[in-house]
Design a protein around this ligand. Sequence first.
Ligand code: IFM
Length: 458
Amino acid sequence: MNSFPADFLWGSATSSYQIEGATEVDGRGPSIWDTFARGEGNVIGGHTGDPACDHYHRYREDVALLAELGLPAYRFSIAWPRVMPDGRRVEPRGLDFYDRLVDELVAHGITPIPTLYHWDLPQALQDAGGWVNRDVPSWFADYALVVGDRLGDRVRDWITINEPLCSAFLGYGTGVHAPGLRDARQAVIAGHHHLLGHGLAATALRAHARPDTKVAVALNFAPPLTDSDDAEHREAARRFDAVHNRFFLDPVLGRGYPPDLRADLAHLGALESAIRDGDEEMIGRPLDWIGVNYYAPSRVIPTPDPLQESNCGLPGLRGVDVLPARGPLTTMDWEQDPVAFADLLLWLGEHCAPVPLIVTENGSSFEDTVDADGRVRDTDRTHYLAEHLHAVHAAIAGGADVRGYLAWSLLDNFEWSFGYTRRFGLVHVDFDTQRRRIKDSGRFYAEVVAANAVPDRR
Ligand code: IFM
């Protein structure tokens, strides 16, 4: 058995738009994902966030599942348009929902870890320019305060923003996420404003909340892998790493934007136009921990012409292409690579020290079937989970300060542009009946959590 530290935090994660449904209930305003999902061809099958897992009405059942699995912590997100339908005006019924959810969690002894922003921007704020508008970060901090005032007596740990890369670069750059815009300059500006929003919200929460408040941000990392260690390949990996990983990481650690990144993106002129005096200080206010979201590495290769635009859609990235993933793959076509995960955690452990790490997302999508006896024998997912937990263990043994692991995801849910066609849950959801069934991977995870250890490979 590979045992984890005694105070290691175990749990699972979800997000509001992916599970709540009830998008027109109790005064909730439309979000950019409601609008985007209705757009022709944006989401497989024309699926939308309704009914998702109908968690808005079934949260008690879902908290009971967490309790049945014995998970001590639950990461969920708060829908800004439920709390503030137009992004500015408070809707008490929306706040009441999260109040009830937190009460339910606390009553079961489960630590609530809310994320303030997991991509569901109020549409009204998008109509005002969305994350390209420099006012949005301040409005985000106002919203953080409203939520902090209401839940701060029971919530100690907060995550400001989930995966600003996806929200900014996929939403404003490649257009495969809401709001569906395709403009590299806007993507970079939106990226900066997400970071500014993080800094402002973190500062606001700390100023007004209980003294032991802890604030983090959840970043998604894709470690670049190369087939060669020659100078060209190392340079390609550096370029990819700068835009994908260090664009967001170094500023929140208080180091500002990395000089090599600024040089690489100078041809866009976007960062320079967006950064104002004091921004990097605000973004870099002290953090309590870094949330690490990891699924897969990226295989990169130098392009023949160093000025050639990358095929991967990261804004302004040149001189590096991303190769197709190599098996074994998940149904997202993502590579399964626990070694890259261990290496990433070791690197982050050093790079972020003394700030500790918590794995805020890690998981896999596979074709799951419900057998005649009602069981979901998801051996692929159990294997992925076990191997990635061994990787976390190895990283801790190697010196990385990793304090917890929150599996993605508690429930099968709305997987963004893939709609309901990709399943990541430890718990199977029948979207016709809303019946929940704990998968074999969920039972396996419960045993790991109970033992605080992952069993040896057979
Ligand atoms: O489902 C998403 C989640 O919302 C953000 N991180 C990656 C997950 C899997 O794609």
